[in-house]
Design a protein around this ligand. Structure first.
Ligand SMILES: Cc1ncc(C[n+]2csc(CCOP(=O)(O)OP(=O)(O)O)c2C)c(N)n1
Length: 364
């Protein structure tokens, strides 16, 4: 008979809230240079998030799902991947997508709802950003299964939230990956809410990591706001997968500072005090900055010039993407299937004729 307390998990944390390493005598898994590089990515992600939120309010992009608060989880984990690994993201994982190689101008097309916003550059091993909750857990299993059959040493990573663990897809994915010992890392960002449903109402299990036990795979719980801890557990999980030692479920405990999307008001389902606590004490960016400053690797002048140059870079790219012409409606039929069905050919013909009747303008 299993008791709940037999499933206790140690929560990995290397860099604490004060920006100090918990066990300074142990080897740091990241060099100082890499840490600074990762910090710049986290900063870029935060600034991008704030910018996109403002752009949504101005009606320049569509519904947006902010990632602020989850930068350590996304940047730390994506840094542990090789470019040849597969990334299967959800709508909130734009920082992980960018670290893996999605350029900012493509992020802009995606958030604008541009027809080609989900078309990845040649060679980028990233599946289209998933809105259907937990579907990407199965997609990662699919790419990992293919890699195994082809004897490729690539790993597939699925990014999803705590809410996704209530979907059947999640359980099917863990089961299949475990039975076939596939090279997959299931990376759950437990940000404590699925829209307005709190983690406690999502599952009665003590942790999400413990769900791994039922599937016979390794489970790890990590402080998701600790860049160094996340990197370390992810690196180990990726290595295990690459060595044919099977899948891992990682629970990165983090917090979404903003709304679920630009369509909801989080004040309706959580207290200001709770948010404030996470912002002041556990912000993943502040913690890394403290570490860098106290180790003389960074200072306020450098911070200011980084912010200014990132803002400028983003503004230039936003301006360019906003000037791009809107694709025609007829093009929307071109990439649905490799070979168009008769019905699609017909519809495309109709749309093209209709648009010519209207002088090429379908929007007027
Ligand atoms: C299959 C499916 N059911 C419901 C929805 C509606 N929906 C959109 S986001 C969301 C909550 C997801 O929460 P979680 O998995 O914790 O991810 P988070 O948004 O916190 O990153 C739901 C239920 C959906 N997109 N897909």
């Amino acid at each position: 008979m299993f008791e709940e307390n037999q499933l206790a998990f140690d929560r990995v944390q290397l860099l604490n809230e004060e920006g100090k390493i918990n066990n300074p005598s142990s080897d740091m898994p990241i060099s100082n240079d890499t840490m600074l590089h990762m910090y710049k990515w986290m900063k870029k992600a935060r600034l991008m998030d704030e910018k996109l939120l403002r752009m949504q309010r101005q009606g320049r992009i569509g519904t947006y799902a902010p990632l602020s608060g989850q930068e350590a989880a996304q940047v730390g984990s994506a840094f542990a991947l090789e470019k040849s690994d597969w990334l299967c993201p959800s709508y909130r994982d734009l920082a992980a997508c960018m670290v893996h190689g999605m350029p900012f101008d493509q992020v802009l097309r995606y958030v604008k709802g541009h027809l080609y916003g989900s078309r990845n550059a040649e060679g980028l091993r990233m599946l289209p950003i998933q809105i259907i909750i937990a579907a990407q857990t199965l997609h990662a299993v699919g790419t990992a299964f293919a890699a195994k059959l082809k004897h490729e040493h690539t790993v597939s990573v699925s990014y999803f939230g705590d809410g996704a663990t209530s979907q059947g897809d999640f359980h099917e994915a863990l089961n299949f990956a475990s039975v076939y010992q596939l090279p997959v890392v299931f990376f759950c960002q437990n940000n404590h809410y699925a829209i307005s449903v709190p983690r406690k109402q999502q599952t009665a299990s003590n942790t999400i990591a413990q769900k791994a036990i039922a599937y016979g795979i390794k489970g790890v719980q990590v402080d998701g706001n600790d860049l160094v801890g996340v990197y370390q557990v992810m690196k180990e999980a990726v290595q295990r997968a690459r060595n044919d030692e099977g899948p891992t479920l990682i629970e990165a405990e983090t917090y979404r500072l903003g709304p679920h999307t630009t369509s909801d008001d989080p004040n309706k389902y959580r207290s200001k005090e709770e948010v404030q606590q996470w912002m002041e004490k556990r912000d993943p960016i502040i913690r890394v900055k403290k570490y860098l400053i106290s180790n003389q690797l960074w200072n306020e002048d450098e911070e200011q010039s980084l912010v200014a140059s990132l803002q400028q870079e983003m503004d230039i790219e936003i301006d360019q993407v906003e000037k791009e012409p809107t694709p025609s409606l007829a093009e929307a039929f071109d990439y649905v299937y490799a070979t168009k069905s008769n019905q699609l050919v017909e519809q495309q013909k109709y749309v093209t004729t209709f648009s010519q009747d209207k002088g090429g303008d379908l929007h007027g």
